[in-house]
Design a protein around this ligand. Structure first.
Ligand code: ZN
Ligand code: ZN
Length: 128
């Protein structure tokens, strides 16, 4: 299945990835650098991590939102996307997660024109 890389737009084939091989490897390398730095410097800020990993703060926030970091920068400002409570990992808090998992959750009707909420719920479902 051919698709366009979300970063560079190049056409590539992969069943699950949204990035081409080059961009994927680049993100993986950044991710490792970010993760290692945070493990060694747990109190670091987003800006410090970005500098140490030679990456963009946006990339760090992306990793945080994806819940890929077990240690997050102290100023990550991570909050639950449902109730807004401060959290340290992932996108939704423990309470909301168990509520979501306790119910047969139906995605909202196709009112959202941008589709971002539908996509977000889709991601939660895939994580289970
Ligand atoms: Zn690419
Ligand atoms: Zn919550």
């Amino acid at each position: 299945m051919l698709k366009n890389c979300e970063v560079c737009g190049r056409v590539f084939a992969h069943p699950t990835r949204v990035l081409c091989e080059d961009c994927y490897n680049e993100v993986q390398a950044k991710y490792r650098a970010v993760k290692e730095y945070l493990q060694k410097n747990p109190g670091a800020t987003v800006a410090e991590v970005a500098q140490a990993a030679e990456t963009d703060v946006e990339v760090i926030y992306q990793f945080i939102r994806e819940g890929r970091l077990s240690v997050v920068p102290k100023d990550a400002g991570l909050t639950c996307e449902i109730c807004g409570r401060p959290i340290t990992v992932g996108r939704i808090c423990h309470n909301c997660r168990s509520e979501l998992e306790g119910k047969a959750y139906k995605p909202p009707a196709e009112k959202d024109s941008d589709g971002s909420r539908v996509r977000y719920l889709d991601q939660i479902r895939r994580q289970r």
